[in-house]
Structures are given as structure tokens and as C-alpha cells.
Design a protein around this ligand. Structure first.
Ligand code: SDX
Length: 452
């Protein structure tokens, strides 16, 4: 598909906060020598301030140590803000609940990429640009035929998205804002098509081409569920629910997969390779793979009378079992997305005429019991975005193997927005963490003939 000519440049990066005069500082004192240094403190618009440690090693000869980055900011960003204690999630200042209730995914994509909600003309132009990039190169379909039919769709997504850089060389110059936006539009537009093709391939059904007269979510549902033998009419309620699920998964600050995309992009890798790296990271059950793991967990628990046994296992340090869909690195309150997801659950099941869905009943009882249990309350383990999403997706006709694919589809806009912001940030450089070395000290080589 010809690259769109009307791509607006990505949002201008917020003025990066940096140390200045009458600078706030913290003092670090090396007790063994009494040596002390001043480290600048930088504040953002909301949320915790940061201690700028960029000169720490040069001034004091120490690295910091923070596996998992629980207390480490990797960048400055103006895209998403999370207050984990209050259960707040803002995209460019707009609360996720407001966006889920009043907006649609195309608007949220524009907002994440450009920093403001679009006016009617901007929205129409952006939606058209995305719509006219939804087809994939006709040869891409032959890539699918190299996979076994029972290949996990996420394996196909990693492979096919990574291969896009072999098809779209005209949008891989990361220093050209116009090419970056074309690549961003291509990623957002083509992910539903690529995801639907992975689903169709796994079922042995023919691929379905996108339609330009359908909106983003409806187009995706039709590419997944239509067959050549009959007309497929998309349910407006299911399309709205799909669109809302995309909004809830669009971006989430510096989570594992977004950090993977940023780190890959910091070396200058092309956008398609960076997004493929993000998909690989999202696949993990501790991250985006949790929605698939929640359904498997609920099926394993099977009935309400088994819940106490599994709650006990989840609390047992020697047992690897965890309550999937519970807990979060940042949220120490109810994940606001989970609340919206639970509400959507009831709407979708009602629309589908599904009464007393056993998995939903089981999930709600599990949530009730867990949130009364001191272990979960004291550790602030609440349901997260993945706890209810699988129940909706299953009711819509998706197999569990497609759940994380849908998460990746929706998160693509967040990944490309963060990737653009990283490239435009004057303070960013190639990501290259250091380490605390605890291996062997220097020793002489011993020829094999002299080894015991
Ligand atoms: C996503 O980062 C993001 O923003 C991610 C995400 C996004 O939109 O990008 O929000 C999407 O990935 C949501 C999370 C989906 N993952 C799961 O639901 C998997 C189950 N949850 C856990 O694996 C865990 O809660 C994490 C991975 C989500 C968070 O892990 P942390 O922050 O490293 O916390 P931790 O593992 O250190 O747990 C803290 C304590 C531990 O006990 P102690 O060692 O302190 O005694 O809580 C316990 C854990 O054992 N714990 C759980 C638990 N989660 C944490 N115990 C039982 N069941 C759980 N689910």
C-alpha cells in the first residue's frame, strides 16, 4: 500500500526536565571516607521526583543496584502516568475510565501519538490513514505457510512482525520523522490483519482481507470470524466491546514490553524489529501472557469449592502456583482497567445471551475470597487488567492462544508512541546497564592436558 503522504509528525517531546540553577539536591555521604556528593533532584508534572544519578559513578565510583527496576526511572515521558497507590491511569492527562467510556481506539491512538485528542478533521484524516494501511504485502501470506498449523499465534506474530522490515524498507529511517510516522501508522494498521491471519491459519481457514468501510475493531472481528461461504455481520455491541478492550490495553508506562521496545530502539534498530521484540517480551505469563494463564488457572480450579485449596497454594512460598491476573508491580490498588473490564464482561455476556457463565462466576468468587484474605490485602494484590479480559475474549469466540495476540495488537500503539518519544528525546542514548560482578577474579589459562 503506498505510504500515506499526510502523516503528521509525532508529538513534540515535552520539554525534558533537567537540572538547573537553585537546583534541589540530595547529599550522598560515603561513611567510610566521609566523602560526599550532591545529586540533582528533578521533578515532573505529577508523581515522584527523581534523583539524577548520571554522574554518580564518575563522582563516587559506585553503580546503583536495582534488579527489576523497582525504584529506577529509565526515561522521561509525557505519554502515560500511573499512580499505583490510588489506582489512577492517565493517557496524556485523560483518565482511562473517561477514555473507555467516551472515546474510541482511533482517538486514543491519535492522543498517544500526538499528545492531544483530535478535532473532527484530524480524526477523519488519521482514521483514513490507518484504514488505508490495513492490507499487508501479498507475499506476507507465504510466511505463514512455513509454520505448523498448531503453532502458537504469538510465535507467528513475533516472526511475521519481525519480517515486516523486509517488506517496508521505505519507512525504516528512524531519523526521518515522516518515515517514523509512516512506520507507526503501518504497525497500528497492519497488526489486526496480521493477528487475524494468524488466527485463520491456526484454524485452516482462508485469510480474510480488511474492508475500508468498517471501523478498526469491526474490521478485525470480521477478518477473524468471516468465512467466504456467507456474509458476516459484525455485532455493534461486540465491536464496541472489542474497541474498548483495545483502549484498555493501549499503553501502560514503562512496562516490560515497552521497556524492551525502547531498549531495542535505543540502538537504532528499525521499528518493526523493535515491535517484534516487544511482542516477544509481552508473551511471558508474568506480563501479557497472564490473560491466557488466567483462563487456564480458572479451568484448573474448576469449581468454587476448590478455591480455598488454590488460595492456599498461591500463598505457599514453596509452591510456584500464583493467582494469575492478580498483583502488579505498580498498582497497589485495584487496576482501573480491571474494573472497566469486569463491567464489559457483563455487557458482552448479556449481549451474547450467556447466563451464569461458570468461569465468570468462579472468577468473581475467587476475587471476593482473595480480597478478604489478609495475604492478598497485606501484599496489596488486586485483580489486574488480565483477570477478566480472557472471559470476555472467550465469550467472543477467541481461543486462549489468541488472548495475548489481542493484547499485542492493542499495545502496538503504545509501543510506537513510546518508541517515537524515545527517539526524539535529546537526553536518550543507547541503553546499556552495568552490573554487580560476582564471578571469578583474573586467573591464568590452564591447558587441557594439565586439567584434572
Ligand atoms: C501485566 O508492568 C505493567 O504495567 C504490566 C501490565 C501492562 O499493561 O503492561 O499491567 C500488564 O503484565 C499485568 C500483570 C499480569 N501478570 C500476572 O497477573 C501474573 C501474576 N502476577 C505476578 O506474577 C506479579 O504480581 C507480577 C509479576 C505482576 C508483579 O510482580 P512483582 O512486582 O515483581 O512483585 P513480586 O513478584 O515481588 O510479588 C510481591 C509479593 C511476593 O511475595 P513476597 O516475596 O513479598 O513474600 O507478592 C506475592 C509474591 O510472592 N505475589 C503473589 C502474586 N503476585 C505477587 N502471590 C500470589 N499470587 C500472585 N499473583
Amino acid at each position: 500500500m503506498a505510504a500515506s503522504k499526510s502523516a503528521a509528525a509525532p508529538a513534540a517531546p515535552a520539554a525534558a526536565a533537567k537540572p538547573g540553577h537553585n537546583q534541589e539536591t540530595v547529599t550522598l555521604i560515603e561513611n567510610s571516607t566521609g566523602k560526599k556528593i550532591e545529586l540533582p533532584v528533578i521533578g515532573g508534572t505529577i508523581g515522584p521526583k527523581v534523583i539524577d544519578i548520571r554522574k554518580l559513578y564518575a563522582q563516587l565510583g559506585y553503580f546503583t543496584y536495582d534488579p527489576g527496576f523497582t525504584s529506577t526511572g529509565s526515561c522521561q515521558s509525557a505519554i502515560t502516568y500511573i499512580d499505583g497507590d490510588e489506582g489512577v491511569l492517565l493517557h496524556r492527562g485523560y483518565a482511562i475510565e473517561d477514555l473507555a467510556e467516551n472515546s474510541d481506539f482511533m482517538e486514543v491512538c491519535y492522543l498517544l501519538l500526538h499528545g492531544e485528542l483530535p478535532n473532527p478533521a484530524q480524526k477523519a484524516e488519521f482514521t483514513k490513514a490507518i484504514t488505508y494501511h490495513t492490507m499487508v504485502h501479498e507475499q506476507l501470506q507465504y510466511l505463514y505457510r512455513g509454520f505448523r498449523r498448531d503453532a502458537h499465534p504469538m510465535a507467528i506474530m513475533v516472526g511475521v512482525v519481525g519480517a515486516l522490515s523486509a517488506f517496508y524498507h521505505d519507512s525504516t529511517d528512524i531519523n526521518d520523522p515522516h518515515q517514523r510516522m509512516i512506520a507507526s501508522h503501518r504497525m497500528i494498521a497492519k497488526m489486526p490483519t496480521i493477528a487475524a491471519m494468524a488466527f485463520k491459519y491456526s484454524m485452516g481457514q482462508p485469510f480474510v482481507y480488511p474492508r475500508n468501510d468498517l471501523d478498526y475493531a469491526a474490521n478485525f472481528l470480521r477478518m477473524c470470524f468471516a468465512v467466504p461461504c456467507e456474509e458476516y455481520k459484525v455485532s455493534p455491541v461486540l465491536a464496541k466491546a472489542m474497541d474498548r478492550i483495545f483502549i484498555l490495553h493501549a499503553d501502560h508506562e514503562q512496562n516490560a514490553s515497552t521497556s524492551t521496545v525502547r531498549l531495542s530502539g535505543s540502538s537504532g534498530a528499525n521499528p518493526f524489529a523493535c515491535i517484534a521484540a516487544g511482542i516477544a517480551s509481552l508473551w511471558g505469563p508474568a506480563h501479557g501472557g497472564a490473560n491466557e494463564a488466567v483462563l487456564k488457572m480458572l479451568r484448573t480450579i474448576g469449581s468454587k469449592d476448590k478455591i480455598p485449596e488454590y488460595i492456599k497454594r498461591a500463598k505457599n512460598k514453596d509452591d510456584s502456583f500464583r493467582l494469575m491476573g492478580f498483583g502488579h508491580r505498580v498498582y497497589k490498588n485495584y487496576d482501573p482497567r480491571a474494573a472497566v473490564m469486569r463491567k464489559s464482561c457483563h455487557e458482552v455476556l448479556d449481549e451474547l445471551g450467556v447466563k451464569n457463565e461458570p468461569l465468570l462466576e468462579l472468577a468473581m468468587e475467587l476475587e471476593r475470597i482473595a480480597l478478604e484474605d489478609d495475604y492478598f490485602v497485606s501484599k496489596k494484590l488486586f485483580p489486574n487488567v488480565d483477570f477478566y479480559s480472557g472471559i470476555i475474549l472467550q465469550a467472543m469466540g477467541f481461543p486462549t492462544s489468541m488472548f495475548t495476540v489481542l493484547f499485542a495488537l492493542a499495545r502496538t500503539v503504545g509501543w510506537v508512541a513510546q518508541w517515537n518519544e524515545m527517539i526524539e528525546d535529546p537526553q536518550q542514548k543507547i541503553g546499556r546497564p552495568r552490573q554487580l560482578y560476582n564471578g571469578a577474579t583474573k586467573r591464568a589459562y590452564v591447558p587441557v592436558t594439565k586439567r584434572k
